[in-house]
Design a protein around this ligand. Sequence first.
Ligand code: DC
Length: 229
Amino acid sequence: MIENTSITITIDGPSSSGKSTVGEKLAHNIGYNFLDTGCLYRALTVATLQRNIPITDTDTIIKLAGDIDIVVKPSTVEDGRQYTVLIDKVDVTWELRSSSTDTNVSLISTIPDVRHLLTEQMRYIAKGANVVMVGRDIGTVVVPEAPLKFYLDASIDERARRRHNENMRNGQESDYKEILVNLQARDDIDTQRDNAPLKKPTNAYTINTTTMKPKNVLKEMLRIFHTVI
Ligand code: DC
């Protein structure tokens, strides 16, 4: 049997805590691949909404999760995207960020069979090459044996402000109050679900990014990376 020697660095934390911004930079700096696992849950949510499947119809959503082909690849268009996501070869990258996706994704991610399927997909990717993997349960459930784990946090006001600014930068409609309420609801679902809830892995390095610039968060992560790996 060939021994698996690829390294996964995990970054967990609540929505808009800075995980994917600094995760991508970290990956770039150390020559690892990057995977924002939230985009898999978001892609399934987009597919569900596109087909007008009720969000409560878990059986149909589970079947859909097994039927569709979700591909995440490096950015193919220079329009501010971090990566490109295809569902059955159709580009849905911006649909992933719509407010209807935001509203429904947490609920879809509570379905145990959906989590099982997507977790297997993530583990397969982790076995293939060195990767910085970002999500909610990467250090606790998906790759608990990872040699380096981070947990990023930030106040909810700051996270809402970041999301609001990001929407405006991308020319999307945005309402700060609505984002704040939405974030709180998603935090509640993400931390209170029975299956793989968001929590800090016991052996993770925690960084509170509320008052930190991304470049300083990255600096701190690189410092830790070079002492651990
Ligand atoms: O990171 P994000 O906001 O794109 O994630 C979208 C949703 O997906 C979030 O509400 C929780 C869920 N998620 C999850 O449950 N586990 C992951 N590993 C990644 C995301």
